[in-house]
Design a protein around this ligand. Structure first.
Ligand SMILES: Cc1ncc(COP(=O)(O)O)c(C=O)c1O
Length: 448
């Protein structure tokens, strides 16, 4: 038996019945599985020994590339020294060090860091902090949360309630958390198709928040949560001036602004945060994924000092200020990985590297304009999307076929609906960007 045959039979021998896969068409997948076995740098290797370029940094998260020795060593060392320590009424030094590292790259004044384990948990945490903040100031009636249509903020009940993706909501629609409303999304092919970078049209859409203020009264609204760039619904780039306008309206009415930076955090746009990139500072930032290069589950919320101090100074010294936390908040190994990843980002200047690669990425993705099925192309930093015409009566199938074709030709991309999404690790080379989009072009010609 040669090496390849051996690996194929390994995949054939795998019992696939027990693992109920997340966000996956289980029957379809298990009938023709795509199994990854190892990863290094820009590439995965499949169980049958094929090399596949990672065009989406895993799930928008492996920003420093795969298999980073510094992270492996830090995790190994920490695991050997102390595998676990509770974070409730106890601490360990790496938790504090990791918080300091994260705080160093947050916008000025947003340096109070609460750890959780996933983007969804970070979102729930931020929503709770917003409610606790108003309560601490004697405005406990501010309980309404505002999300945005086509927003994705994870899968907790808080996240799906403020989120705006109907497929994620419909099965649970009767059980959404109460008191949530949504502003409209900013995506318009009519006004902004093929925008390179931020669309010029659409800042006025932030005024939709004024409509909700008029409807509910500002005194009932706790927070607005948006992704600065909506990732999971197909890379929707905010119009020029839009986020600043949202900020101004929130400030005017004392509403907290939460940026969900689970995707945009740690270099995706060429700066540490989208907040820094856009020059708009929210009150709370949620982050996860690239916080430790996705090596161990970890997420966090950065809070402004104003929000933090209001909650923490509200009660006596011996009272727990925020009744919230997770068994694995600031898990020692995740914290070790976080410190190592942040050191890599800084030493290798990866955020700046993304910034420098952005024009190349923009030119390469927009070169697909006019190729078969292409209906829109959009980009910012090192994230971009190619939206395809849907097949009549079969939405999503065309992008799935393109995704499959690319995977079989050695490039992993993402698809959502009929949109292909790209977010390579920030270590990607110009040649790899060309290779990625050349593969996509071939796929567009190959599929019906
Ligand atoms: C903006 C945003 N928020 C929250 C989440 C949820 O993160 P997780 O899957 O780690 O719970 C995601 C995941 O992609 C995301 O993109």
């Amino acid at each position: 038996m040669n090496a390849v045959t051996e690996k194929v039979s390994l995949s054939n021998a795998l019992d696939m019945s027990n693992y109920w896969m997340p966000f996956t068409a289980n029957k379809q997948f298990k009938a023709a599985p795509r199994l990854l076995k190892s990863a290094k740098g820009m590439y995965y290797t499949t169980v049958d020994g094929r090399s596949v370029m990672d065009g989406c940094a895993g799930l928008w998260c492996v920003n420093a590339g795969h298999g980073r020795e510094e992270i492996i060593e830090a995790v190994y060392k920490q695991m050997t020294e102390m595998d676990y320590a509770p974070s409730f009424q106890m601490g360990h030094p790496l938790a504090f060090e990791a918080a300091t590292k994260v705080a160093e790259v947050m916008p000025a004044g947003m340096d109070r860091i609460f750890f959780a384990n996933s983007g969804s948990e970070a979102v729930d945490t931020a929503l709770k902090i917003a409610l606790a903040y108003h309560r601490s100031r004697g405005e406990a009636q501010r309980t309404r949360l505002i999300g945005r249509e086509r927003g994705y903020s994870g899968v907790g009940f808080g996240g799906i309630s403020v989120g705006g993706i109907s497929t994620n909501r419909k099965a649970f629609s009767a059980n959404m958390i109460p008191g949530v409303d949504h502003i409209s999304h900013t995506h318009s092919l009519e006004h902004a198709a093929y925008s390179q970078g931020q669309p010029a049209w659409g800042a006025h859409l932030a005024d939709d928040l004024e409509r909700l203020v008029a409807l509910h009264d500002a005194s009932t609204i706790a927070a607005v949560i948006v992704e600065p760039v909506a990732g999971s619904t197909g890379v929707l780039i905010p119009p020029q001036g839009y986020l600043q306008r949202l900020r101004d309206i929130c400030t005017k009415y004392g509403i907290l602004l939460i940026f969900d930076e689970v995707i945009t955090g740690f270099g995706r746009l060429g700066k540490a945060t989208a907040s820094e990139y856009f020059g708009v500072t929210p009150d709370l930032i949620t982050m996860a994924k690239a916080i430790n290069n996705a090596s161990i589950p970890m997420s966090a919320v950065a809070a402004s000092r104003q929000v933090h101090d209001s909650i923490v100074n509200a009660g006596p010294d011996n009272a727990i200020e925020l009744f919230h936390g997770y068994t694995y908040s600031a898990h020692p190994t995740a914290a070790a990985a976080c410190i190592a990843a942040q050191d890599i980002y800084r030493k290798e200047g990866l955020f700046e590297r993304a910034n420098q690669l952005a024009p190349k990425f923009q030119a390469a993705i927009h070169a697909l304009r006019g190729e078969p099925h292409v209906k829109d192309i959009r980009n910012l930093g090192l994230m971009g999307a190619v939206e395809l015409e849907s097949r009549p009566g079969a939405p999503g199938t065309r992008a799935y076929d393109a995704f499959l074709h690319c995977f079989n030709q050695g490039v992993m991309v993402r698809y959502t609906g009929d949109t292909l999404a790209f977010s390579p690790p920030l270590i990607v080379s110009e040649a790899q960007i060309d290779e990625m989009f050349a593969t996509v072009k071939k796929a567009l010609h190959a599929i019906a």
